[in-house]
Design a protein around this ligand. Sequence first.
Ligand SMILES: C[C@H](O)[C@H](O)[C@H]1CNC2=NC(N)=NC(=O)C2=N1
Length: 112
Amino acid sequence: MTTKPLKQQDWSAQPRRALSAPQLVSQLAQVEGWQLSGDGADLAIQKTFSFVNYYETMAFVNAVALIAHQQDHHPDLKVQYNRCNVRFNTHDVGGVSATDFDCARRVDALLA
Ligand SMILES: C[C@H](O)[C@H](O)[C@H]1CNC2=NC(N)=NC(=O)C2=N1
């Protein structure tokens, strides 16, 4: 039997840029429940997801971890009993990039 490593995004060939304020406004209008948080290089998008118990919250957290690994893009997670706050920022560019919105959509799709 052969084992396959999980496929991972390679960002080295795709330079990323921080989105401008108008781009942020337009992108935010296209993702439900995501809000801006922080400022400067710490500017991020965030959303809190609610669950019925700790088990379901952790199942979500593990699914987000798989997305984070595959996309090579890692959100800050605040985990509580029945909710999880997901916060994306692109530290490589010191702001919010298109990658953050792409990952936000992938996380939303887990619950669609
Ligand atoms: C080299 C590596 O791909 C980069 O440092 C990735 C890793 N994960 C990351 N995660 C987040 N949230 N922002 C980044 O800029 C980032 N960069």
